[in-house]
Design a binder for this molecule. Structure first.
Ligand SMILES: Cc1cc2nc3c(=O)[nH]c(=O)nc-3n(C[C@H](O)[C@H](O)[C@H](O)COP(=O)(O)O)c2cc1C
Length: 114
């Protein structure tokens, strides 16, 4: 399904207005759901040993509500093509941007990646 999305442009409007992003798009209701959830499950294929641009765009948009996201359990699902002798490296390196994201919030518990 095609979604209309925008990336964070660091305009800082959300920091001046109490957490409302200037973009009104398909990510807007997703952020509401994140605030209401106890458990977050992110998923992305491995792209060049990292996450997809779509997931990164979503993660950057949480900047608007960063102070309100805390104490959630977190799961990450990923896939890679291989070859099989690179899987270990794929799965190790794709976790780095995810761990960096979690490190920016309070009390986010990385339960499992699969
Ligand atoms: C731009 C791009 C970069 C990719 N980089 C990697 C990579 O570094 N390592 C890897 O194993 N697979 C890589 N892939 C393959 C995807 O991870 C693979 O197609 C995807 O995980 C398959 O998911 P699916 O089984 O859900 O279709 C890349 C694919 C694309 C389009």
């Amino acid at each position: 399904m095609k979604k209309s999305t925008h990336g964070c442009i660091d305009c800082q409007s959300c920091k001046r207005n109490g957490g409302t992003c200037i973009w009104k798009d398909d990510i807007t209701p997703m952020l509401e759901k994140v605030l209401d959830s106890d458990v977050l499950v992110f998923a992305s294929p491995v792209y060049f040993f990292s996450i997809s641009s779509q997931l990164k765009q979503f993660m950057d948009r949480t900047y608007a509500v960063i102070e309100k996201i805390k104490n959630k359990k977190f799961y990450f699902i990923t896939t890679a093509e291989g070859p099989s002798d690179t899987f270990e490296e794929d799965f190790k390196r794709v976790n780095e941007p995810i761990q960096g994201f979690l490190d920016c919030f309070d009390g986010m518990e990385f339960i499992k990646n699969a």
